[in-house]
Design a protein around this ligand. Structure first.
Ligand code: PAF
Length: 284
């Protein structure tokens, strides 16, 4: 496995691959890799392409007061896990490689509409930061395929729109959310949970499943009558709920019944840890 620490080294390794008409599949990450990330990399390897993984904790997507400074950085363990599963190239740029004049001075990419609600509402600027770094990484790696996790479904839909709108010739694929045995979606932030919070956390996924079953059982049911008691139950269990909402997956418009493909999205804090999850629901 090759570790490219800057764009010049990356180019040096990728140019010969392209010259030999190798396809490249790309998985961007912020490191602290868990089984969810490794499943995305395995999916990339299964395409038969050469696989590039980036590790970059992107300052532009953290708002003031968020966990940028304490975000877990575990480069040695990440490299060893990626090497073990057969990753071809790991790209570990420095902040100045991505933002030569600092992230605050950098041109931002804004995808209108999709980023306004859900996490966009409570994390202003977050998706502009995500889109900007993903665009920069896509320009540097120039992959044929890029893979993003469905756990961050809003992010995935925004990136798909950005790539479509900007006409980038990249096939954006998604990887299923990986879960612990009790249903909790795997996330780097789970390690912030205390023992007691960790025991409560799976309620988020159980709630999504219960609400989805209720809405599917009675497709004429108004979503408010299902989501309001579910939100109250989460709050009684100790969650501070940012949102629990039904949105169309085509454009993330709020909807009140299952009349098209959609997803239930939830974000809630347990103590200091903000957890997100979603469940997709097909129209028929
Ligand atoms: O999903 C993530 O880990 C990040 O948002 C991403 C896509 C690597 C951009 O920093």
């Amino acid at each position: 496995m090759i570790v490219a620490q800057d764009p010049t080294a990356l180019r040096h390794h990728l140019d010969p691959l392209r010259a030999h008409a190798e396809r490249v599949a790309f998985v961007p990450t912020m490191g602290n890799l868990h089984a969810g990330h490794l499943a995305l990399v395995t999916q990339a390897l299964e395409t038969g392409a050469k696989v590039v993984v980036s590790i970059f904790v992107n300052p532009m997507q953290f708002a003031a007061g968020e966990d940028l400074d304490t975000y877990p950085r575990t480069l040695d363990a990440d490299l060893s896990a990626l090497d073990k599963i057969g990753t071809d190239v790991v790209f570990t740029p420095r902040e100045t490689d991505i933002y030569p004049y600092g992230s605050k001075a950098h041109t931002a990419i804004h995808v209108p509409g999709l980023g306004d609600g859900l996490c966009g509402k409570n994390r202003p600027g977050h998706f502009d930061g995500v889109c900007t770094v993903v665009y920069k990484l896509l320009e540097l790696v120039r992959p044929d395929i890029a893979i993003f996790g469905e756990k961050d479904l809003q992010q995935l839909l925004i990136i798909k729109k950005m790539v479509r709108d900007l006409g980038l010739p990249i096939d954006i694929q998604s990887g299923a959310t990986q879960r612990a045995e009790d249903g909790l979606a795997l996330s780097s932030r789970n390690q912030y949970l205390s023992e007691e919070e960790r025991a409560t956390a799976p309620l988020l996924w159980q709630t999504l499943r219960d609400c989805a079953s209720q809405l599917q059982a009675d497709r004429s049911a108004d979503v408010v009558s299902v989501l309001t008691p579910a939100t109250t139950a989460l709050e009684q269990a100790g969650f501070d709920v940012d949102y629990l909402e039904l949105r169309a997956t085509a454009d993330l418009r709020p909807i009140d019944r299952i009349t098209e493909d959609c997803a239930l999205f939830v974000a809630a804090r347990l103590g200091k840890t903000r957890l997100i999850d979603n469940i997709q629901i097909a129209a028929a």
